[in-house]
Design a protein around this ligand. Structure first.
Ligand code: KIV
Length: 255
């Protein structure tokens, strides 16, 4: 099982980090057996698994429930769990309580939180001081959907500077890795070159230190696929066919 310290070695050795999201035991078992390095119990589960409109309604209890199931399916991968909206933004103390619950109750090794500089720096510092490994997440941050929407970030010079500063300050505050979501590829490349910790990209080009996808997007299970997410299979069609075949078998008896 890679520790967060070993993850840092990936970058030092020029080895890409393969990360995917999981939300239950079966998916976690499959990803882990397939050799995924990092499994994220992302708050995207709010939409892909629980049917919420966005990630905001997800509660700490809900993500803990799912993270426990994921943990039971994982033997090797590093497990990181998202801190849900308003489980960490109000104060560092609230963040420590929430992250502490995640580590204690799920057995996951780290938490991820959204936000940059200066907003999240004190919270990250306090979490790291408390012995809680933290992954950052900048660029498109879905918990700020009502401020930013889902559009690409880092399009203006000011915004690029803001994101570079955020990445540098997050590293200084002690995060072990940063997710870069939906930013221009050349910006993600510059940020990745500036940092000694690994960047994990999603919709941020190939020049990050690893890549993450929402597994439901990769499998073709979601109806609203982000423009940067590639479906590697159309499971929705395969499942529909299987259900129709089953249905036909059942109905054929006695007809
Ligand atoms: O919640 C999630 O799935 C995420 C990924 C998009 C990185 O944060």
């Amino acid at each position: 099982m890679p520790t967060v310290r070993q993850l840092l070695q990936f970058k030092a050795n020029g080895k890409q980090i393969v990360a995917l999201t999981a939300w239950d035991f079966a998916i976690a078992q499959i990803l882990d057996a397939a050799g995924v390095d990092l499994i994220l119990v992302g708050d995207s589960l709010a939409m892909v698994t629980l049917g919420y409109e966005n990630t905001l309604p997800l509660t700490l209890d809900e993500i803990i429930h799912h993270a426990k199931a994921v943990k039971r399916g994982v033997k090797n991968a590093l497990i990181v769990v998202d801190l849900p909206f308003l489980s960490y933004q109000t104060s560092p103390e609230v963040a420590i309580e929430s992250a502490g619950r995640i580590l204690k109750e799920t057995g996951a090794q780290a938490v991820k939180l959204e936000g940059g500089y200066p907003r999240m720096i004190e919270t990250i510092t306090r979490l790291v001081e408390a012995g809680i490994p933290v992954m950052g997440h900048i660029g498109l941050t879905p918990q700020s959907v009502h401020q930013l929407g889902y559009r690409q970030q880092g399009q203006t010079e000011i915004d690029r500077e803001r994101l570079i500063l955020a990445a540098v300050e997050l590293e200084r505050a002690g995060v072990f890795s940063i997710v870069l979501e939906h930013i221009p590829a050349d910006l993600a490349k510059s940020i990745s070159e500036k940092l000694s910790i690994p960047t994990i990209g999603i919709g941020a080009g190939v020049d990050c230190d690893g890549q993450v996808l929402v597994t439901a997007d990769l499998l073709g299970l979601t109806l609203r696929q982000p423009p940067f997410a590639k479906a590697y299979v159309d499971l929705r069609a395969i499942i529909t066919q299987a259900v129709q075949d089953y249905s036909a078998d059942v109905k054929s008896v006695g007809s």
